[in-house]
Write a protein that binds this ligand. Sequence first.
Ligand code: HEC
Ligand code: HEC
Ligand code: HEC
Ligand code: HEC
Ligand code: HEC
Ligand code: HEC
Ligand code: HEC
Ligand code: HEC
Ligand code: HEC
Length: 353
Amino acid sequence: MHFPSGLLLFLAAAAPAAKAPTAAAPDAGQAPALPRPMASALAPLPASERVDWSHSPFEAADCSLCHKGRDPKKPGPLVKDTNELCLDCHEDFAEILKRKTPHPPAQDACTHCHNPHNSRQKHLLRADVTTLCGECHADLVKAARAAKVGHSPVTTGPACASCHDPHGSSLPKLLDRPAFELCLGCHTRELTDSSGKKLPSFKRLLDDNPKWHGPVAAKNCLACHQPHGSDDFRLLAADYPAKFYAPFDAKAYELCFKCHDSALAQAAQTTTATRFRDGSRNLHFVHVNRPDLGRTCRACHDAHAAQQDHLLRGSVPYGTSGWVLKLNYAPGPNGGSCEKTCHNTRSYDRQKK
Ligand code: HEC
Ligand code: HEC
Ligand code: HEC
Ligand code: HEC
Ligand code: HEC
Ligand code: HEC
Ligand code: HEC
Ligand code: HEC
Ligand code: HEC
């Protein structure tokens, strides 16, 4: 969680108030739990400005529904605390605010994000969603906008609200649904990345390839991807080469070596570090560990799921023309073989002396 340090201190001091359920909201005289927007910033838009959305009780023009006065020029203070007002009509929010993961600004005052009168933004929002969230989650929004590889749902359409419930959630991190379902929800449609390349449908990919990678089987897409943006290829959470060939350096494969021992590709000879060996000749080393044209893991493995054991792929896209190179892997008793692929049929046998 990144907050300006001033706000953090403030929050630490105000923490118990922030957790208080709205039913017992502090009365108007008490200090608010979070610095609220200036009242003047919540005034109705001036008559001279365009209005796209209007709140029906405001349209009814009876200011005294919420204000102590009736004079539209000077309606005076509110009849009660903001959230008590809102909840009088929006009864369903009483339950939402008490969910397991509450959102402190929603418990404190709906007006952190909504204009109670009218707005040019959908849902009576005071500003567009990313700007609103960025008022308190500034570092996260700044990083998402500056990321080399961006994720468009974060900043377009419902933006943050595509994945988070801004009011409260029964899941951690205010997620609207478990992350795996969120990811699959969109990644089952036909999508293209920023360079126009088609992205696979994950529903199809997972249905067609029954051998799922450990973290995928654990429904943990976040083990490898950052939802908000990343400086690494494909929103990855750590370094992983983007191409078919790359010079070997364990750091360049940090993503895989967070969970797997890099020894599998480090020594030319081994009888323990990998099963992909011919006798003691380490075939991971042979293929991957080159100063120039090392083959990256994707040459043979799919990071998500495959039809064969060991996440071995049936084929791999090669070059930029869209041509696919077949792997034709077949397991053997103490090893396996690859047929008519990068080379003619070659086999390996771990028992070989
Ligand atoms: C649904 C409730 C509701 C209705 C109806 C409503 N208001 Fe408000 N109004 C609010 C809330 C909430 C605030 C924010 C007050 C705060 O945070 O101190 C506010 C703030 C304002 C402010 C800014 C306060 C300031 O001191 O500058 C103005 C001006 C205002 N309202 C005018 C009106 C007028 C005029 C009407 C009737 C045409 C009206 N409101 C009807 C809820 C309402
Ligand atoms: C007197 C009843 C009443 C009060 C009080 C009231 N609302 Fe509403 N609100 C409504 C009605 C009616 C609608 C329209 C419902 C619909 O279209 O389904 C609405 C709609 C909304 C919407 C949805 C707009 C959209 O386009 O989706 C928001 C946001 C909202 N209100 C916020 C607030 C906030 C914040 C407060 C407290 C300051 C508040 N309301 C107080 C009656 C009220
Ligand atoms: C942190 C910002 C934030 C706060 C605080 C907040 N909202 Fe919202 N609200 C949003 C956003 C963003 C949306 C649009 C959600 C979407 O696009 O799906 C929204 C949508 C709504 C809607 C319409 C759609 C729906 O989900 O029903 C209503 C009604 C509403 N809010 C009421 C409230 C009330 C009542 C409160 C106070 C208890 C409140 N909001 C506090 C950000 C906020
Ligand atoms: C007025 C300040 C404020 C605004 C505006 C705000 N938040 Fe928050 N948000 C908080 C506070 C305070 C917390 C609780 C901090 C914590 O638990 O570390 C929080 C927590 C969260 C969390 C959970 C973080 C965690 O680690 O569990 C998420 C997700 C989140 N906010 C998303 C949003 C989104 C999306 C928006 C815009 C719709 C938004 N916030 C707008 C103040 C704000
Ligand atoms: C594509 C879905 C998605 C979108 C869009 C999205 N988030 Fe998140 N966000 C997540 C997931 C998933 C997590 C949980 C990460 C974890 O548990 O490691 C998260 C975590 C967070 C957290 C907790 C701190 C952290 O980094 O773990 C905050 C705060 C947050 N998001 C705010 C936002 C804001 C603000 C926006 C809009 C600018 C936004 N999110 C847009 C999916 C999304
Ligand atoms: C609301 C829809 C939506 C959700 C939810 C969503 N995505 Fe995406 N994702 C997209 C779109 C659209 C693209 C296409 C590229 C772009 O527009 O940024 C994309 C692109 C990607 C890319 C490729 C990025 C690139 O340009 O190289 C990855 C990786 C990705 N998403 C992973 C995830 C993961 C993991 C989750 C779950 C945490 C997730 N997505 C949730 C819509 C979504
Ligand atoms: C073990 C790490 C790992 C896990 C877990 C993981 N991914 Fe990936 N993901 C990758 C890697 C590596 C790439 C780059 C693939 C390549 O180019 O070889 C990638 C690429 C992608 C892409 C871009 C399209 C593509 O195939 O290149 C999307 C979309 C994506 N992942 C979504 C997801 C979703 C959704 C989940 C959860 C079901 C998930 N990922 C889980 C590592 C992972
Ligand atoms: C979050 C931890 C994690 C990350 C990151 C990760 N893996 Fe895995 N991987 C696992 C787990 C858990 C298994 C299942 C282990 C088992 O079944 O014994 C596995 C299994 C595998 C297997 C199959 C092994 C076998 O013989 O069946 C291969 C191949 C593999 N991973 C390659 C990769 C590659 C390539 C990367 C980087 C793109 C990567 N892994 C990143 C956790 C991870
Ligand atoms: C030339 C093809 C090829 C490349 C490139 C390749 N692997 Fe493998 N890998 C295999 C084969 C074949 C196996 C299955 C060995 C067996 O059990 O017979 C395997 C097995 C594995 C295993 C299971 C443990 C073991 O070593 O036996 C892991 C983990 C693994 N690979 C990770 C990786 C990672 C990480 C990369 C990239 C740094 C990579 N592989 C690159 C072909 C390859």
